[in-house]
Design a binder for this molecule. Structure first.
Ligand SMILES: NCc1[nH]cc(CCC(=O)O)c1CC(=O)O
Ligand SMILES: [Mg+2]
Length: 333
């Protein structure tokens, strides 16, 4: 960056003056982090227990619809605007085409209704992808060992419609099929659901940092191979711009970059290039990594959580999807 003026030199310039007291640090802070910047991901399940711990994500529980409704009330009381739902469904419901993904009385529609009953003022975002419902753990339909794009689009559009019809405020396609935003937007328009937001996981990378999440939703045992034919290669940044441009032209309202901290450069690039609300997802592996360090006494939890979340705002994100959302909001409150 070229400066519009010649900065003074030492000793006239002493940058430490602007850091010398808490009040001046607050006064000159370039970015802020508030509970309104947070989206809280909730893992929900159709099992008998109300709350079931996730081993690789200490502090995270698989919640029954009733418990998800309680979490939404907690979010509201903490000033968190939105929750995002991710399902762990019974293995017996899984098949190649993800039949359970489009059950209008399935787990996600149940949770949406329970949350909307309990805390109607909280936004509900749902994950649109098939991986939690397929017996092979992929986000799309598998034919002869390949994830087939266009047949998957029909399934995704139906899934998004089912969620929106059940009351979801935002649907968030995380599958990385080409053309899914358009397919979803058309399905919503055709069914009188033109107010539903599409928050697209436009730049989603094939990442090792999703490991704990796949345990949480129960897709890791079944997943065959990797997701590199649809999720992005971590070597690429320019490609993220093309992905985002396509999703915006197809009708996405807002964008997600995923994972989070290792991809801050992408958050910066996307938010500055498009100037469209851009969210970062601090994913399960980032959460697990930090929790492991906290458990060992190697990092101070409160400070590390706030610093990591603030970094997303500094990079240009409108907000952050984080499993730390309630803990962080409590610290801010
Ligand atoms: N549709 C898949 C999906 N939705 C959310 C996550 C990951 C979230 C996390 O790691 O916290 C993934 C991972 C994957 O592609 O396997
Ligand atoms: Mg795309």
């Amino acid at each position: 960056m070229t400066m519009p003026f010649q900065p003074a030199a030492f000793p006239y310039a002493r940058p430490r003056r602007l850091r010398s007291q808490p009040w001046v640090r607050r006064l000159v802070a370039e970015t802020t982090l508030t509970p309104a910047d947070l989206i809280w991901p909730l893992i929900v399940h159709d099992g008998p227990e109300d709350r079931q711990p996730v081993a690789s994500m200490p502090g995270v529980f698989r919640l029954s619809p009733k418990e998800a409704a309680k979490a939404a009330i907690e979010a509201r009381d903490l000033g968190i605007p939105m929750v995002a739902l991710f399902p762990n469904v019974n293995d017996g419901l899984k098949d190649n085409v993800a039949t359970a993904a489009t059950d209008p009385d399935g787990l996600i529609p149940d949770c949406i209704r329970a949350i909307k009953d309990a805390a109607p003022e909280i936004g509900v975002m749902t994950d649109v992808a098939l991986d939690c419902y397929t017996d092979h753990g992929h986000d799309g339909v598998l034919e002869d060992g390949r994830i087939v794009n266009d047949p998957t689009l029909e399934r995704l559009a139906e899934q998004a419609f089912i969620h929106a019809h059940a009351g979801a405020d935002a649907v968030a396609p995380s599958d990385m099929m080409d053309g899914r935003v358009q397919a979803i937007r058309e399905a919503l328009e055709a069914n009188g659901l033109s107010d539903t937001l599409i928050i697209s996981y436009a730049a989603k990378y094939a990442s090792a940092f999703y490991g704990p999440y796949r345990d949480a939703v129960g897709s890791s045992k079944s997943l065959t191979g990797d997701k590199k034919t649809y999720q992005m290669d971590f070597a690429n940044a320019e490609e993220a711009l093309r992905e985002v441009a396509m999703d915006l032209s197809e009708g996405a309202d807002a964008l997600i970059v995923k994972p989070g901290l290792p991809y801050l450069d992408i958050v910066r690039l996307v938010s500055q290039t498009f100037k469209v609300p851009t969210f970062a997802y601090q994913v399960s592996g980032e959460y697990a990594m930090m929790q492991a360090a906290f458990a060992n006494g190697w990092l101070d939890p409160d400070r590390a959580i706030l610093e990591s979340l603030h970094a997303f705002k500094r990079a240009g994100a409108s907000g952050v999807i984080s499993y730390f959302a309630p803990q962080a909001a409590r610290m801010m409150g």
